[in-house]
Write a protein that binds this ligand. Structure first.
Ligand SMILES: CC(=O)N[C@@H]([C@@H](O)[C@H](O)[C@H](O)CO)[C@@H](O)CC(=O)C(=O)O
Length: 313
């Protein structure tokens, strides 16, 4: 067995440089039009979980935030930019940048590698961030299933306005309805609590949330607007019908393995726009899985025999 010859290994011509930008800014404008015209979505929350912010560089996040703010001007009511990072310094840099580009607000998750040991420590972290963008409305983004930081939000926000005068509310993506209710009963009228578990929105509306932010609203946004309207006019039968449909879709997708990659593929297919693949460690959704979920969506939402009464325009 002959010895393998020694090989010369050539170096990558750009060994340490980043490859050219791997984010597609050009699709943001058309995507805003799709959200507005086809889904009735008038506010966006960008660089959050669905936007894979924690897998992006600070530079990429700035470029994305800038493009969203620029293209949404005159079309969307508000662009809230999520600026949370593992590092306080990066978070402050993004908060300061969001103020420069005139975002309508910022949101921050709890750092999740070195986790805050208490609500007090988390409040201090948020205060340090808010102080770099003191004029921007500030939201705490509570998403314990992802961060593993499950502080009591009511405890966190009690008195928070004394240290963060720009504090304006919470994006609450937790399932603890007692904590949710205790936040809502505490907050002043100029704050809001926005709910982030799409399949449980109706329960949160009953508790008094002021709005909803969710990944599936990229393609069921118009249905959710109808759910909210039905709830507001007291038509609980209609509101439940829509909520149950969303639960069916989400539970079907969860059984097949629902994650940000699957969601992204659904956003691609249902918007008709090429939003590109997710970034590792999120995997591209296998084609068969996306097809099965899309078929479920098409059957439930576009079969006029089933949904004539709340079919989206
Ligand atoms: C953990 C997570 O990803 N939650 C989603 C939900 O929309 C979630 O995908 C949905 O309720 C299905 O479970 C959103 O709260 C995330 C979100 O709004 C964001 O992109 O920041």
């Amino acid at each position: 067995n002959p010895c393998p010859k020694k090989q010369v290994i050539t170096r990558d011509p750009l060994p340490l440089k980043l490859k050219p930008i791997e984010i597609n800014l050009s699709v943001i404008g058309p995507y805003i039009d799709y959200l507005k015209e086809k889904q009735g979505v008038n506010n966006v929350f960008v660089n959050g979980t669905t936007g894979e912010s924690m897998s992006l560089s600070v530079e990429e996040r700035k470029l994305l935030a800038e493009e969203w703010c620029r293209k949404a001007k005159g079309k969307m009511d508000q662009v809230i930019v999520h600026v949370g990072c593992l590092s306080l310094k990066d978070t402050q840099e993004l908060a300061h940048h969001a103020a420069q580009i005139e975002a309508d607000g910022i949101a921050v998750i709890a750092p999740s590698f070195f986790k805050p040991s208490s609500a007090d420590v988390l409040r201090t972290f948020l205060q340090e961030v808010a102080s770099t963008a003191p004029t921007l409305p500030f939201y705490y983004y509570h998403v314990p299933s992802v961060t593993g930081v499950n502080v009591n939000v009511r405890e966190l926000i009690e008195g928070i306005e004394k240290v963060i005068p720009s504090f304006r509310g919470v994006k609450f993506s937790g399932s603890d309805l007692m904590d949710l209710g205790q936040c809502i009963s505490y907050i002043p009228p100029h704050w809001s609590v926005l709910y982030g578990i799409d399949e449980q929105l109706l329960g949160a509306l009953v508790m008094g949330v002021h709005g909803a932010v969710g990944s599936t609203y990229n393609y069921v946004g118009c249905h959710v607007n109808k759910l909210i309207s039905a709830f507001e006019t007291g038509d609980l039968v209609q509101a439940r019908t829509i909520q149950f449909k969303i639960q069916e879709l989400v539970s079907f997708a969860i059984k097949l393995g629902f994650d940000v990659g699957v969601n992204k593929q659904l956003m691609n297919e249902l918007s008709g726009l090429d939003l590109g693949p997710p970034r590792l460690p999120v995997m591209t959704c296998p084609a068969a899985r996306a097809l099965a979920i899309k078929q479920k969506y098409d059957n439930d939402y576009f079969d006029s025999r089933l949904v004539t009464d709340y079919f989206c325009d």
